[in-house]
Design a binder for this molecule. Structure first.
Ligand SMILES: Nc1nc2c(ncn2[C@@H]2O[C@H](COP(=O)(O)OP(=O)(O)OP(=O)(O)O)[C@@H](O)[C@H]2O)c(=O)[nH]1
Ligand SMILES: [Mg+2]
Ligand SMILES: [Zn+2]
Length: 308
């Protein structure tokens, strides 16, 4: 009888990547111990949320990541020259914007498109409903509720208990990534819900006189002692390239356009200038907002560009 080699994983421990710092990662063991791990070799392509196989090194205080288990999904953006992964194995994405600072609708739309193309459910959180600018922000989000996104208004600082009661049922027993521009309140949310978080928020560093305190790395927090509900804080983003998306697929990733694209006369309609375009007809009837159609055109132009 010939002996078959054992699968390479045997004897390797499982772990969850809970933070990444460029050249090293923090990996959490199934028992909840956290240790520093280095990737094997030069390549480091782990992201927060990855399940990895690792092996202790030296005194057992640190480890080496031997490989990454297959991913269920991966949220990333792709700019002209760079791919930036946010996190893997997610159950949902919470795109957070606030009444102040004024958010970019284009960045919001892009985050939602990226989530859809990665096959991950997204919800929109509108924070700082205690401020007077909330009315304008609410109005800008109206098309998003109309096209089917759940938009949840919150005042994470002024109405903490109410925010907690609204969010806890949406977050239990799943892994959620909080994504959004700087200053929206992502770390404030983490601090409200994760008992040991102490994620640094805006004010802290004003006291330290070093400008705003902004999150610089993606981090996984647990909301419960049983470690079933994970909430991931991430640095605010300003750019959100979608070069991973095929230009032809774009309308299908925008629910308001998708609905009307079926009415187009030409199967390869770009929805920009063709006659008999269902999307432009809906735009004229006010069923698609001008800003959504403009954002669509901008992204399409980016995706249609060649690199050389
Ligand atoms: N008025 C008001 N301010 C809030 C609310 N929630 C958070 N803030 C403030 O908004 C500022 C930014 O909050 P953060 O939680 O640091 O924002 P962030 O999204 O983590 O920002 P980055 O880490 O830079 O991406 C802080 O000064 C918070 O105190 C709210 O509901 N109302
Ligand atoms: Mg933050
Ligand atoms: Zn069309």
């Amino acid at each position: 009888m010939t002996k078959t080699a054992p699968p390479p994983d045997v004897g390797l421990d499982l772990g969850l990547v809970v933070a990444g710092y460029g050249r090293h990662y923090i990996v959490e063991t199934p028992e909840g111990r956290r240790l520093i791990c280095h990737p094997r070799g030069k390549k480091s392509d782990c992201v927060v949320g990855d399940r990895v196989r690792w092996m202790a090194t030296g005194d057992g205080e640190e480890g080496v990541i031997e490989h990454i288990e297959p991913r269920r999904n991966l949220l990333f953006r792709q700019d002209e020259w760079r791919t930036k992964a946010f996190a893997a194995n997610l159950d949902q994405i919470l795109v957070m914007v606030a009444s102040e600072p004024v958010f970019s609708e284009s960045q919001l739309a892009r985050a939602l498109i990226a989530a859809d193309s990665a096959g991950i459910t997204a919800r929109v959180l509108l924070n700082k409903s205690d401020l007077p600018q909330i009315a304008a922000a609410r109005e800008r989000l109206a098309p998003y509720s109309a096209m089917g996104y759940e938009v949840i208004e919150l005042a994470l600082k002024a109405r903490r208990d109410e925010a907690r009661a609204t969010l806890m049922p949406l977050l239990s027993n799943r892994a959620s990534l909080v994504l959004g521009p700087s200053g929206a309140g992502k770390s404030t949310l983490i601090n409200l819900l994760a008992p040991d978080a102490k994620a640094q928020v805006g004010e802290i560093s004003q006291a330290l006189n070093s400008g705003r305190h902004t999150t610089t790395s993606t981090q996984w927090y647990w909301l419960d002692a049983e470690r079933r509900s994970g909430l991931i804080d991430s640095p605010g983003f300003q750019e959100f390239g979608l070069r991973q998306i095929d230009a032809q697929q774009l309308p299908a990733l925008m629910p308001d356009l998708r609905r009307h694209a079926e009415q187009c006369k030409f199967y390869n309609c770009t929805h920009l200038h063709e006659p008999g375009c269902g999307v432009r007809a809906a735009l004229e009837r006010g069923e698609i907002s001008e800003s959504r159609h403009r954002i669509y055109g901008e992204i399409l132009a980016e995706l249609s560009q060649t690199r050389w």
